[in-house]
Write a protein that binds this ligand. Structure first.
Ligand code: FAD
Length: 294
C-alpha cells in the first residue's frame, strides 16, 4: 500500500462537562499523544459548550501534552469585540492553529451580529492577527445541508480559501467517491489547500443516525442495514464499524488524502486502533518521508 507522506493526523475532542468526562478526555489525550499526531482540536459551541469551556479544555490539554492544540472558534451570534478578544487570548497562550467556523444556532434562534459566515471570521483572523494562525476551515464533500446546491457550497469554500484559510477538514462521510469527486471539484475551482477527510469511528448506531441526519452525512443503505441488524450487540457494531472505517481510511490515503482527522468523541480506542492498523503510528513514518510502501 502506498501513501503520500508526510501525513497530517489529528484528533478532535469536545470540552468535558463533568469530572468523569474530564478524566476520560485526559486518558484519551495521553493515549493519542503516543501516536505523535500533528494536533488536537477542541470543539466550540457544539453540544452546548461555551467558549470558556473550550478555553479551559485547551489549557488542560496544553498542560497535559506537548501536542499542539487548535481551538474551534465559531462566529455566528458573536460580536467583533468578543471574537477579537478570543483571538488575542489564544495568541497569548502560544496557540498557532484555529478551526474557523460559522457554527450553528439552536433550533429556532435568529442570528444577531455582523458575522454570518465562516468567511467573515477567516477575514477577521487575518485582519487582527496577520499570518500568526494556521487557519483550518470546514468542507463538505456531501454538501452542507443548508447550501443552495453543490456549486454554491464550493463557491463558499473558495471564498474561505481566498480570505486566507490554510487547510480544510471535511465533515465525515462513508463514501470515498464523495471525497475524491470533491477534491476534483476543488482543483477545478483552483482551491489549492489540503483537504483532510474527517473520520467518524462508529460507536453507536442510533447516535450515528441522529447525528448524521443533523449534519447531512449520508449513511449508505448497505451500511445502515448492516449496523441496524446488529441491534443491541454493541461489540458487533464496534468491530464491524472498525472494519468499515479502517477500509475507508485505507482507500482515502491510497487515493492521495493528505491525512486524517478523527472525530474521537473523547474516546481514544477506535481512532487509535485504526491508526495503528494503518501503521501510521510510527513516529518517523508519519513525520518525515515522502513516499513509503510496498
Ligand atoms: P460556512 O462556511 O459559513 O457555510 C455554511 C453553509 O452555508 C455552506 O454550505 C454554504 O454553502 C452556505 N452558505 C454560504 N453563504 C450562504 C448564504 N449567503 N446564504 C445561504 N447559505 C450560505 N460546529 C460547532 O458548533 N462547533 C464546532 O466546534 C464545530 N466543529 C466543526 C468541525 C468541522 C471539521 C466541521 C466540518 C464542522 C464543524 N462544526 C462545528 C459544524 C459547523 O459549524 C456547521 O456545519 C455549520 O452549519 C457551518 O459552519 P461552516 O464554518 O462550514 O460555515
Amino acid at each position: 500500500m502506498k501513501y503520500l507522506k508526510p501525513l497530517e493526523i489529528s484528533f478532535e475532542f469536545f470540552p468535558p462537562k463533568t469530572a468523569e468526562g474530564k478524566n476520560t478526555l485526559q486518558q484519551s489525550a495521553l493515549a493519542l499523544t503516543a501516536l505523535n499526531p500533528n494536533f488536537f482540536s477542541m470543539t466550540f459551541g457544539a453540544g452546548g459548550s461555551t467558549r470558556l469551556g473550550t478555553l479551559e479544555a485547551v489549557k488542560d490539554l496544553q498542560s497535559l501534552t506537548n501536542t499542539a492544540v487548535a481551538p474551534h472558534l465559531s462566529c455566528l451570534g458573536f460580536s467583533r469585540e468578543e471574537l477579537v478578544e478570543a483571538l488575542l487570548e489564544y495568541k497569548s497562550m502560544g496557540l498557532k492553529r484555529l478551526v474557523a467556523l460559522r457554527g450553528d444556532l439552536p433550533n429556532g434562534a435568529v442570528a444577531t451580529g455582523e458575522f454570518k459566515l465562516a468567511v467573515d471570521l477567516v477575514s477577521l483572523i487575518r485582519d487582527v492577527t496577520g499570518d500568526h494562525f494556521h487557519i483550518e476551515i470546514a468542507a463538505y464533500p456531501e454538501v452542507h445541508p443548508q447550501a443552495l446546491n453543490a456549486t454554491a457550497d464550493l463557491v463558499n469554500l473558495k471564498l474561505k480559501y481566498a480570505a486566507g484559510a490554510d487547510s480544510a477538514i471535511t465533515q465525515y462521510f462513508f463514501n470515498p467517491d464523495a471525497y475524491f469527486y470533491f477534491l476534483d471539484a476543488c482543483a477545478k475551482q483552483h482551491i489549492h489547500i489540503p483537504v483532510v477527510p474527517g473520520i467518524m469511528p462508529i460507536v453507536n448506531f442510533q447516535k450515528l443516525v441522529n447525528f448524521s441526519a443533523q449534519c447531512g452525512a449520508d449513511i449508505p443503505r448497505w451500511l445502515y442495514k448492516r449496523l441496524e441488524a446488529y441491534g443491541d450487540d454493541a461489540e458487533a457494531v464496534k468491530e464491524f464499524g472498525l472494519e468499515v472505517v479502517h477500509n475507508l481510511c485505507q482507500q482515502l490515503l491510497s487515493g492521495g488524502a493528505p491525512g486524517l482527522h478523527f472525530y474521537t468523541l473523547n474516546q481514544a480506542e477506535l481512532s487509535m486502533r485504526i491508526v495503528k492498523e494503518l501503521h501510521l503510528d510510527n513516529e518517523k513514518a508519519v513525520a518525515k518521508q515522502e513516499l513509503v510502501g510496498v
